[in-house]
Structure formats: structure tokens, C-alpha cells
Design a binder for this molecule. Structure first.
Ligand code: GLN
Length: 496
């Protein structure tokens, strides 16, 4: 049901614009932020009963922010590329005064007293936050079916999942329910849903974006990043949210940069490695065909491609499913019925408050992760599991570092399959975990990676992933942008 985007600029097509096209109309006075926001809210009203990409829509606040952005503009105050642009923020990113659930019953009713760093940046940059994006509970999952609220559906086919855990932010951008959105990626949760929904999605270098105010899942892996409909918007959004923050001890002390400067359109001579281990068993033929066509496109643009081997790729998934649950079991200890959100209080002792709050507040996937993590960290098993996983992690980092001595970036498929049917992997956790086999190695090594629309298979989007070295964010944006300019996949939109 793909159709090409309508020519931008006409009133009824406002929500089809990219953020940078909308920003041009704002600058020239052809449209106001209030009009953009009302158009997005109308789209939200029409589609949410089917898509469920939002957990909370903050309509009044959004309209107020839009008026403020229009006022600032009329006073000649320029606030940056997202000024006046309606955006969505994943619901595990804290927003002062707006409920933040992380997709969990245990945080129902919790209203953060402060904004996350990225939200501070968005607000001070004049962005209009329309609401909070749906996700798998505590960002654990690959389909958004583990949300404690309604599962999000894929705008290309509402019988299918949008991917996860940032399914809401991905579906929201694809369905034109916002222009840009922000998610978190611990093991693929930005790139995999971006691939399945046909959007751009980027996980920056670990430390480039502060996680202050992000509800922690796996702290050595978590990173915040943008979703958008083209690479230019992704670069602009990253410019807005990146930068040093003393409140996140992992925040890199790098000067801010304008990532749009990286988009030269030229990748001639760029050395691209194609690791064969990413063409995993079980990869759908349509995904493989699309990937091979993308490689030819890149070659035609003057990049040099070389097939390589990264033998430790196979170990990354196992390493992840020890380290991420271990860190989660520690991070989730704070939900005890006393500090945040919901509590079960009709019991006799403090112990029972904690026991019953966690029993009733956490869903099955979160409980599974806490059990796996507590086991891997326990005395007697620590050396066999957690310590071993950390050792293999070091080897994986090293393997990537050596590879990047010879290559500017790597190219891989983002996901072995297109969007799968709702329910298809819910009874098989391992099948669900395998959804991230192409995205997880990047998090293990703290590298930047971006997924861009890279073809269609069976009427559904296929993602193409570029992986860069540490701080190679500008390089992969440049490669992704050049590829996008040579193809039309990003101009396709769901028929919904
Ligand atoms: N799907 C992976 C998991 O379930 C990754 C999630 C993420 O990146 N937040 O843990």
C-alpha cells in the first residue's frame, strides 16, 4: 500500500513534510507552529485508535508550546532547527509535569518532578512535545507488545508489530503523528523499529547524548537517539540533543557540533566493510535481496566495498542477554512501592508492600529479566556468567576497533526480517530476542549506528544499517544521507 509523498506545502499535506521542510515554511511565515501542531493532533485523533503510538498526548501543553514558539519567532528569536516542530518523546524519558510510565503499571500515576536533559534541550530549542511514546515495559522487547498499555501496531499493516522497544516513536513518525521522535536504544530499540516502520533511526556513540532523566535499563548500553523521515532531520535532531552534561557521568566531554555539516552527499572513496556474519541464518530472502541491491547502489556511488568477517558477532547476543538483565536487575531494585508511582498498601508489613507492588506492578518479561540478571550476578554464578560476558565484551570491542583501522564504516541489514505478525513471537522469548541479532553488537561496543529505509519486501519496509567507529557519528550520517539521496525508499509512506 505504498504511495509516494505528496508535494509538500499544501495545507492538507502539512503532516507529510519533513521537519526541515516544515521549518522552512515556518521561517518564511507560510505556516505557524500552531497550524503544524493542530494538523498533527488531528492525525493523532484519527489514527490512535488503530496505532497506539502514544501513551499520553499532552494536547494543551503542546498547543501552548506551539503558541510560545510562534511568539518567539515573531520577536525574531531563532531557537534552532526544531523550533515550532511537533515531536514525540518515548515514555521512559522524564518530562516534568507529564506522566512517565516506562510502559509499566508500576509507574502508573508517576509524574516526574524534572525534565530529562534531552527534554530540557528540546524545550529550550522551541520544540513542541506532543506526548509520550509507547514502548515495551522498561524498554524490554522487540515488538512493543510488552507495553502494559495497548500494544502499538505498524502503520504499514496494523496486523503487524512496529518493532520495539521504541515502537511508539517509530510508528508515530511513520504514521505522521509527529515529525521527529526520540527513543532509547539498549540493544537495537531505535534501529530495529525504525527498520520495521520505514523510518530513519539512530543510536549515537555511547556518551554523546546525556541519559540524565532516562529511566535506566542497562546503564552500560543505554543511549538516546532520534527517529525521523529523512537523514537531514536525524542530523538536526542529534545536533539539538547532543552535548556534555555533568549529571551523566558517562557523558563525553565533546564540544557541540552541527551534524548537518556532515551531509555532503559525497561518499566516493569511502571504505565500507560488509561483515558476512550479519547475513544470519533465517534472514528472509526479500531482506537479503534488498540488502544486496543497496550494496550495488553504494558501489555505484564510488564507495569501495569489501566483504569481511567479524567472527565474534555470534557471541554478542549471548553477552547482551547476560549483561543487560544483570544491569536491569540492579536498576529495577528501586521500584519498591515507596519511592515512585504505584504501591500496594493494603498489606501489613513493609516487606509485603514491596513484594506485592513488584508482583502486581511488573509484567512477565520484566520479571524474566530480573530473574536472569539476579541469577547471573549471584555468588557462585558471577564468574561463570557475568564476568565471562564482560571478558567477551572486551574481545568484541577489540574486534570492532581493529576493523575500523581499515574501514570508515560497516554496512549490514538492520533486521533479519520485515515486520512480523502481532503475537507471532510472544510465546517464544528466544525468537523475540533474535530480532536484534544485527543491532546488539553495536551496543556491546558503544558504537554509533543508523538505520535508513533500504528497500521493500512483501510490501513492507526493509532497513539498511551503517555502523561507525567511536565518535564516527558524522561519518555514518554522511553515508546514510548519500545513500538516501540516491534512492527513493524514504519517500514511500504507509497508506494509512
Ligand atoms: N530487544 C532488546 C531487548 O529486549 C533491546 C531492547 C532495547 O534496545 N531497549 O532487550
Amino acid at each position: 500500500m505504498a504511495s509516494s509523498t505528496n508535494p509538500p506545502g499544501t495545507r492538507q499535506d502539512l503532516t507529510d513534510l519533513t521537519a526541515h521542510e516544515a521549518a522552512e515554511l515556518l521561517t518564511s511565515g507560510q505556516v505557524s507552529s500552531l497550524e503544524l501542531t493542530e494538523a498533527v493532533l488531528a492525525r493523532v485523533d484519527a489514527l490512535e485508535p488503530q496505532i497506539h503510538s502514544y501513551i499520553t498526548v499532552s494536547r494543551e501543553r503542546a498547543l501552548e508550546a506551539a503558541r510560545a514558539a510562534d511568539d518567539a519567532r515573531s520577536l525574531g528569536k531563532s531557537q534552532g532547527p526544531l523550533s515550532g516542530i511537533p515531536v514525540m518523546v518515548k515514555d521512559n524519558i522524564s518530562t516534568e509535569g507529564v506522566p512517565t510510565t516506562a510502559g509499566s503499571r508500576i509507574l502508573e500515576g508517576y509524574i516526574p518532578p524534572y525534565d530529562a536533559f534531552v527534554v530540557e534541550r528540546l524545550r529550550s530549542g522551541g520544540a513542541v512535545i506532543v506526548g509520550k511514546g509507547n514502548l515495551d515495559e522498561f524498554a524490554m522487547g522487540s515488538s512493543t507488545e510488552h507495553s502494559a498499555f495497548e500494544p502499538t501496531r505498524n502503520p504499514w499493516d496494523t496486523g503487524r508489530v512496529p518493532g520495539g522497544s521504541s515502537g511508539g516513536p517509530a510508528a508515530g513518525v511513520a504514521a505522521r503523528e509527529c515529525f521527529v521522535s526520540f527513543g532509547s536504544d539498549t540493544g537495537g530499540s531505535i534501529r530495529q523499529p525504525a527498520a520495521l516502520c520505514g523510518t530513519v533511526g539512530m543510536k549515537p556513540t555511547y556518551g554523546l547524548v546525556s541519559r540524565y532523566g532516562l529511566i535506566a535499563f542497562g546503564s552500560s548500553l543505554d543511549q538516546i537517539g532520534p527517529f525521523s523521515r529523512d537523514v537531514r532531520d536525524c542530523a538536526d535532531a542529534l545536533t539539538v540533543i547532543s552535548g556534555h552534561d555533568v549529571r551523566d557521568s558517562t557523558s563525553l566531554d565533546s564540544p557541540g557540533q552541527d551534524f548537518a555539516n556532515a551531509l555532503t552527499g559525497d561518499i566516493s572513496g569511502m571504505r565500507l566493510g560488509v561483515p558476512r556474519e550479519y547475513l544470519v541464518d533465517g534472514m528472509e530472502p526479500g531482506v537479503k535481496t534488498a540488502f544486496e541491491a543497496s550494496l550495488r547502489t553504494l558501489e555505484g556511488m564510488g564507495a569501495t566495498l569489501e566483504e569481511i568477517s567479524l567472527p565474534l558477532t555470534d557471541q554478542a547476543l549471548a553477552v547482551y542477554y547476560i549483561i543487560a538483565p544483570s544491569e536491569a536487575s540492579a536498576n529495577l531494585a528501586r521500584y519498591d512501592g515507596f519511592k515512585y508511582g504505584r504501591a500496594v498498601n493494603d498489606v501489613d508489613t513493609a516487606w509485603e508492600v514491596m513484594d506485592q507492588t513488584r508482583e502486581q506492578g511488573f509484567g512477565p518479561e520484566v520479571k524474566r529479566r530480573i530473574l536472569i540478571g539476579a541469577y547471573a550476578l549471584s555468588a557462585g554464578y558471577y564468574d561463570a556468567y557475568y564476568k565471562k560476558a564482560q571478558q567477551v565484551r572486551t574481545l568484541i570491542r577489540r574486534e570492532f576497533a581493529e576493523t575500523f583501522e581499515r574501514f570508515d564504516a560497516l554496512v549490514t541489514p538492520t533486521s533479519p526480517t520485515v515486520a512480523f505478525k502481532a503475537g507471532a513471537r510472544m510465546d517464544d522469548p528466544v525468537a523475540m530476542y533474535l530480532s536484534d541479532v544485527c543491532t546488539i553488537p553495536v551496543n556491546i561496543a558503544g558504537l554509533p549506528a543508523i538505520s535508513v529505509p533500504g528497500g521493500m519486501s512483501e510490501g513492507l519496509p526493509v532497513g539498511l544499517q551503517f555502523i561507525g567507529p567511536q565518535m564516527g557519528d558524522a561519518t555514518i550520517l554522511r553515508a546514510a544521507h548519500a545513500y538516501e539521496q540516491a534512492t527513493e525508499w524514504h519517500t514511500l509512506k504507509p497508506g494509512i
